[in-house]
Design a protein around this ligand. Structure first.
Ligand code: TRH
Length: 378
């Protein structure tokens, strides 16, 4: 069921604030959110401190309803109807003061939302929608609310375009691969690689070279390419004939636009993804997947990974694979994508039965924060 297809034009101005910490997840999620808002008839200002990645994530024509703005905002900038602080980025005092000013004039504060990181841990359900009153600073007395993306009905859900299923069923993998100039080996399984620097990369490459079947490995640009090239160098130095049967073929991909990144995941039989946004996209692709979680210094990501695998009902082999791939422990088992396929397909079905993040966010804004506005009920 695709219950995201209904549009609720609230005709509001949405301000999304994005601080790029590292990698591409922050801007990647914010860009998807902005585009989906525009598709539903909203106007968006995406305030970002470093928009460089948008040059390849969103090349060419962009939705006219989305304006990319430099952040910090220029002096005198006035807030829109909805303010979204993505991933706990703090608004500068000057803009907070402008929000307070607007609230004072109209007698009602703009909807102010703290969009959190994605996690399957139980605190996401507990904290979702909670108010967080501002006790100090220029906006003291106003209230922000937490919005937690998530995998269960008690959370804010996942971003999903209203036309995702239609585009997926019209997708022709062979045509797309040819258009990208990606070589195909007859009968080979196709595997995408988007990762940081997992120690298990060498065993994975060696496993692919051992067979029994052939593998076409499609390596994404950036850190994954650097990590795979370094791993290859080490393997070749230790065993020059490691891929003597030529069972592993590697394509080095350029940076893809976000829509083409999704196409890559749809075109593969097994997807290695990382971080946050690509995990969600791999779930929507519905193909067997392996997730490298964004590592945190205090190993907080271990619990986050366990919570995700528990939600996924991951079979033992997939759990073991994740432990090794995330440098938590154990030897890398066989990447048995066929054995994992049902689990990922089921997860996708469960997610499709839930409202998407933007539908929930728009309801939240109207129901909880703008009591005088009205949203059509379906
Ligand atoms: O780049 P990431 O590792 O981002 C991370 C995580 O989001 C992490 O949770 C966060 O804390 C950290 O950033 C700061 O992985 P992620 O989230 O999958 O984002 C990658 C984005 O880049 C995603 O939107 C897909 C996009 N992308 C392309 O559009 N084209 C490409 O060729 C590639 C490789 C990625």
């Amino acid at each position: 069921m695709d219950n995201s297809a209904k549009a609720y034009p609230l005709a509001m101005l949405w301000d999304i604030f994005c601080k790029v910490i590292d990698n591409h997840g922050d801007i990647g999620v914010c860009w998807r959110l902005a585009v989906q808002l525009a598709q539903r008839g909203e106007t968006v200002r995406l305030w970002v401190d470093d928009a460089a990645a948008l040059e390849w994530i969103a090349p060419g024509q962009r939705p006219p309803a989305v304006q990319v703005m430099p952040w910090p905002a220029q002096v005198g900038a006035q807030p829109g109807d909805v303010i979204i602080e993505a991933f706990g980025c703090e608004l500068e005092p000057q803009f907070q003061a402008a929000i307070a000013g607007k609230a004072g004039e109209s007698g009602r504060q703009p909807a102010w939302i703290n969009l959190e990181y994605l996690t399957a841990e139980s605190f996401a359900e507990r904290n979702h929608r909670l108010p967080s009153p501002l006790l100090s600073g220029p906006a003291a007395g106003l209230t922000r609310r937490f919005f937690y993306p998530g995998f269960t009905a008690g959370t804010g859900g996942l971003l999903r375009e209203h036309d995702l299923l239609r585009r997926q069923s019209a997708f022709d993998a062979t045509r797309w691969l040819s258009a990208q100039g990606i070589a195909r080996t007859e009968g080979a399984r196709r595997v995408s690689l988007f990762c940081y620097e997992p120690a298990a990369l060498e065993p994975l490459l060696a496993q692919c070279a051992r067979g029994p079947g052939a593998t076409d490995l499609l390596v994404t640009a950036g850190r994954a390419t650097a990590a795979a090239q370094a791993a290859l160098k080490r393997i070749e130095a230790a065993a020059p004939d490691w891929n003597s049967r030529g069972l592993l073929s590697i394509s080095w991909l350029p940076l893809l636009s976000q829509p083409d990144f999704d196409h890559l995941l749809w075109a593969c039989d097994l997807n290695f993804v990382r971080g946050e946004d690509s995990l969600v996209r791999a779930l929507w692709a519905g193909k067997p997947l392996v997730w490298q979680i964004y590592p945190q210094g205090d190993d907080a990501h271990h619990g986050k990974l366990d919570a995700f695998l528990a939600w996924l009902n991951a079979p033992p082999g997939l759990r073991e694979f994740h432990r090794a791939w995330n440098d938590i422990g154990g030897e890398l088992p066989l990447a048995d994508a066929e054995a994992w396929a049902d689990c990922i397909r089921n997860a996708r079905e469960r997610l499709l039965a839930q409202p998407d993040l933007l539908t929930q966010l728009m309801r939240f804004v109207v129901d909880d924060l703008q009591p005088t506005a009205s949203l059509p009920r379906h």
